[in-house]
Design a protein around this ligand. Sequence first.
Ligand SMILES: *Cc1c(COP(=O)(O)O)cnc(C)c1O
Length: 338
Amino acid sequence: MFDLRSDTVTRPTGAMLKAMMSAPTGDDVYGEDPTVNRLQDTLAERFGHEAGLFCPSGTMANQIAINVHVAPGDEVMCHRLSHVYNYEGGGIARNSGASVRLLEAPGGAMPAAVIRSEVNPADSHFARTGLVCVEDTVNKGGGAVQSLETLKEGSTVCNELGLPFHLDGARAWNALRNTGADWTAYGRMFDSVSLCLSKGLGTPAGSVLLGSKAFIDEAHRSRKVMGGGMRQVGILAAAGLHAMDHHFDRLQEDHDRASRIGELLADHPAVDHVDQVETNIVIASLAGGRPASDLVEAQRAQGILCSAFGPHKVRWVTHLDFGDEGLKHVLAALADWR
Ligand SMILES: *Cc1c(COP(=O)(O)O)cnc(C)c1O
């Protein structure tokens, strides 16, 4: 089976397992796991932040960030497509007692003018706007990469309004690979950043939350409350350090393979349109109101797993365990499908 449901299905490579097996470890709840500390410090430094916190998942890293930034009753501003709103189980309300203000703009972007116009006035009738949360790349937006200029303007307007600006950077690696932006300058646009190690980079688990020393101190408490404190997780942190060194550059391969799939689908008679492929996600909308399950099942019969991503939309995600042999097979199967 070629599994293209997500880039989370990858297995650790032999070299990654070796790095994990030889990692020095300690009790991370005491802050004594040297490999976790090295990962947190390395990422904080590379992204221009003071400190980092290893978390079990991207969801928890985002939810902790929201929890630290806002007070109950506040409003979190995010895009209608955002993961924090759509795919985190209503956690903004459940974990932090906050409500949500959804923005609309093409491609999951959060332009400064839209942010400014949606901030509530300082009037007791309204919820206090407590946080602006942006996502890069935009998962539900087909892996769309945010424009650096728009992010910069968003950062400036948040600064001016005294609002924290959080990046859900679960897929920021793909964005950085695409734009070639400097990691430090990129990271400094945000008050906090969450980064997933288990998506494009291909580790078994883990995310890192970055921010100021004071923010990370509070995040530590929030992680404890959510039950996310773990012990000898240097084995996972070692996978992350290995992946940063060995799996970042190769993301271009994933992007190239996704783009080949996107090109074939764009010309396919049974496909209405394909969202622009900028990274490793391909989303195609079927023509003539055909259900997504038609194609998902046809692909499955050919040994390919992809996902229904809406009534007429199908999604493929390329990754570390999908190579040229797989690509050839997928392209042939799609070309034959009618
Ligand atoms: C996958 C993902 C997350 C959540 O990560 P998990 O590790 O699955 O909890 C958050 N944001 C975005 C944009 C993602 O793609």
